[in-house]
Design a protein around this ligand. Structure first.
Ligand SMILES: NC(=O)c1ccc[n+]([C@@H]2O[C@H](COP(=O)([O-])OP(=O)(O)OC[C@H]3O[C@@H](n4cnc5c(N)ncnc54)[C@H](OP(=O)(O)O)[C@@H]3O)[C@@H](O)[C@H]2O)c1
Length: 333
């Protein structure tokens, strides 16, 4: 079977390779899964380049989440059926054709749901959900502002904010995205640039903006901070520009705006299992009903992993890039 591996850190397009290895077999209490779909997230790229918060020893396998289908059962495994769609073990190197998993830890995918959408469940939707929940108490009608708003996380933020009655201002760097984001629940879409805080005040009519979500850093953090009300909170969760976060003295001194960070890996490490399950179950339900959707730009098989990585790192995409290691998955739903 094919598996994606890298033996040195660097540009993923150059260092990531596809290897042919023996297919796994299911030991006692295990299952073998055919991998159906797994997204390429910015954190996958940062892990290969060596810029992520936690780095595996080399050589390492790529891919952290996704959906698979049970291919075979090991000794003693009951209550799981061959052919059933299940979530892949998180962080297990999911860009491969087959993977083993402990049967006791298998979580089934809700029947009849889109495997591509479900493959993106574990990382981006909880990030959006928790950032809206855990930093500022947002009442119906309250405003939240974010940058990189057409990203996977950004689109979940738009949908989740709208669902709880909060209003979102969404900063993008391409004006043509406005209609699409408004159709999914964005109240306002603003193109990044000078004079943004004035435009934001006009949009809100001077109502306070309590929360700013920042995936970019540098001057984009600065611009978000200048849009916030007294005691507002900027939550930095991404490093898309590679620049350190900035806040103006006006924001910090005159408005007591604070900068916080969010990393889902820390939340997963610290949150009790019951809370983790509750959040993931709630999100799975919302994806299943179509309330939460991520745009999909393209899917690639493993033979085209370099093209997939290059596409995932390119700007102006129409959504997420996923690998489908066993071929296009429409016919497998
Ligand atoms: N902290 C956490 O726990 C956590 C969890 C999940 C995700 N994240 C982070 O969240 C961010 C979004 O992830 P994702 O999977 O949603 O991304 P994604 O769907 O791959 O989208 C990336 C988006 O970023 C925009 N972008 C890229 N570089 C930019 C720059 N320098 N300035 C402005 N916009 C830029 C692109 O906009 P264009 O369309 O204009 O090119 C694109 O919309 C990433 O930084 C990721 O690492 C963090």
């Amino acid at each position: 079977m094919k598996i994606v591996q890298y033996a040195e850190r660097g540009n993923p397009v150059d260092v990531v390779k596809v290897l042919e290895v023996d297919a796994p077999s299911a030991g006692p209490g295990e299952v073998v899964l055919d991998v159906l779909a797994s997204p390429i997230n910015p954190s996958d790229v940062l892990t290969v380049t060596g810029d992520y918060g936690i780095l595996p020893p080399l050589p390492a396998y790529c891919g952290n989440e996704g959906v698979g289908r049970v291919a075979s059962l090991g000794e003693g495994v009951e209550d799981i059926a061959v052919g059933q769609q299940v979530f892949l073990p998180v962080g297990a190197g999911t860009w491969r054709q087959q993977i083993t998993a402990k049967a006791a830890e298998i979580v089934p995918v809700p029947p009849g749901t889109d495997p591509l959408q479900m493959a993106m469940l574990t990382i981006n939707p909880p990030t959006a959900y928790l950032m809206l929940r855990d930093f500022v108490r947002l009442e119906p009608g309250d405003w939240v502002i974010q940058n990189a708003s057409n990203s996977g996380v950004g689109r979940y933020v738009i949908q989740l904010a709208a669902a709880q009655g909060a209003k979102s201002i969404n900063i993008v760097r391409r004006a043509e995205l406005a209609d699409e984001l408004k159709a999914m629940g964005a109240d306002a879409v603003v193109v990044e640039g000078p004079g943004m805080s004035k435009e934001v005040r006009e949009i809100t009519g001077g109502a306070p903006v309590k929360l700013g979500l920042d995936a970019i850093g540098g001057d984009s953090t600065l611009a978000l901070g200048d849009c916030l009300t007294d005691d507002g909170v900027v939550v930095n969760y991404g490093l898309l520009s590679g620049e350190p976060c900035k806040l103006s003295s006006a924001a910090t001194i005159f408005h007591d705006v604070t900068l916080r960070g969010f990393w889902l890996a820390r939340w997963f490490r610290n949150a009790p299992i019951g809370e983790r399950m509750a959040v993931v179950t709630e999100i799975a339900g919302r994806i299943a009903t179509g309330e939460l959707v991520a745009a999909v730009d393209s899917t690639y098989d493993l033979d085209h992993i370099s093209d997939a990585l290059a596409r995932s790192m390119a700007g102006s995409r129409d959504g997420k890039v996923l690998v489908t290691p066993n071929g296009p998955i429409d016919s497998q739903v």
